[in-house]
Write a protein that binds this ligand. Structure first.
Ligand SMILES: [Zn+2]
Ligand SMILES: [Zn+2]
Length: 377
């Protein structure tokens, strides 16, 4: 045969079994049809499988090294004639991967689909974690037929058209001579069996829809879009096949007072000018309860006060983010005569009757806010 199996795997003719195995694994990962579905790559994948089938088996390798074609005997004469040598390919796949190929009747049992459900939670639930009961509406195994799909007292019967093989063969003439082609049996859709009396409960599908309540543990630190995987809680497959997974996608509801950025929380406190100048303590209802925010005398507008460890729990690694209080100082815009007199007196005392002001390029307030945004504040 013309195929150089050593070249296909990219190994030397004196390569060890270990080297052959390594080369095959690397190529198989790269060219696996699940990763790389284009037809050309699939051809290559077949080639490397054939090459490995031969070179990994000492007996076949010897036949090959002596100039024979060990794969032409592998099929045991069962089909493969006139099909260009690929007829026994599925047998090789079976032998190597131990998986059922397209050959033979296909199973009525298949894995169920994954399902996704949206769950809205509050900020404090996201911050500390919680447990929620959720209603899920998915397919479960039919109790009447236990997933078999046949009405009670009846069973599936071997299909008489394909005699249980799941496929029917047809011999056609072509310029190559007689070619045998197989296609899924039209009577049993390739299952090899027919269900004469389908289960009345599930119409033969083997599953029914049902609503159930699941208790979901939400870990502390989840964020908008976090998906929690509940293995095997999705839809049961046709024919009572294994269930898919259920994904719970978190949607965090906006909080009245705090804005979340990562695991930090932000809020703004508006203070009168006098309080900012003199200093004060303002009560703040944090996620951990009532706390006092210490406003130091001389606090400026735009300044931020971090409350360390009062943010959201880190999803990984423990610890918590901060709660950052941004201060906005308000200048009084209505003064009664007495207040105005006092303020003028204060200005006089401070020598601020005609202040010169300090000019800087740009817009200071906006600039510092941008800087804060860059620093993730
Ligand atoms: Zn049923
Ligand atoms: Zn059939």
């Amino acid at each position: 045969m013309a195929t150089d199996y050593y070249a296909v795997l990219g190994v030397r003719r004196d390569a060890s079994q270990e080297e052959i195995k390594k080369a095959f694994r690397r190529l198989a990962r790269e060219l696996h049809p699940d990763v790389n579905p284009d037809p050309k790559t699939q051809e290559r994948f077949k080639e490397i499988n054939a090459a490995y089938e031969v070179l990994s088996d000492p007996q076949k390798k010897q036949v090959y090294d002596l100039g024979g074609d060990p794969l032409s005997q592998a099929g045991g004469g069962a089909g493969g004639f006139g099909a260009g040598g690929f007829g026994n390919f599925s047998d090789i796949m079976d032998a190597f991967f131990g998986t059922a190929s397209q050959r033979g009747p296909r199973s009525r049992t298949r894995r169920g689909q994954d399902a996704m459900i949206r769950l809205e939670i509050d900020l404090d639930e996201a911050a500390f974690g919680t447990t929620k009961d959720i209603q899920v509406d998915t397919a479960v195994v039919c109790g009447t037929c236990s997933g078999e799909g046949a009405a009670p007292g009846t069973t599936a019967q071997t299909c008489d058209m394909c005699r249980g093989r799941g496929e029917v063969s047809q011999v056609t003439r072509s310029f190559l001579g007689q070619v045998m082609t197989s296609r899924p049996c039209p009577q049993c859709q390739g299952f090899g069996t027919v269900v004469p009396t389908p289960c009345p409960e599930c119409a033969g599908d083997g599953r029914v829809r049902s609503r159930r309540t699941l208790t979901v543990k939400i870990p502390a630190g989840v964020d908008n879009g976090t998906r929690i995987q509940l293995a095997g809680e999705g839809e049961v497959g046709p024919g009572g096949g294994p269930a898919g997974d259920l994904y719970v996608e978190i949607h965090e509801l906006p909080h009245a007072q705090f804005q979340r950025r990562g695991d930090d929380l932000h809020c703004t406190v508006t203070l009168p000018m006098t309080a900012a100048a003199l200093g004060t303590k303002v009560p703040l209802e944090t996620l951990d309860g009532l706390e006092e925010v210490d406003i130091r005398p001389g606090t400026q507008s735009g300044q931020s006060i971090p409350l360390h460890g009062r943010g959201v729990t880190h999803l990984r690694g423990g610890g918590r983010g901060d709660l950052i209080v941004h201060v906005e100082v308000q200048t009084p815009n209505k003064l009664d005569p007495e207040q105005e007199r006092l303020l003028r007196e204060l200005a006089k005392l401070r020598g601020e009757e005609r202040p010169l002001g300090q000019f800087q390029p740009g817009q200071q307030g906006l600039f510092s806010r941008l800087k804060d945004a860059f620093n993730g504040r």
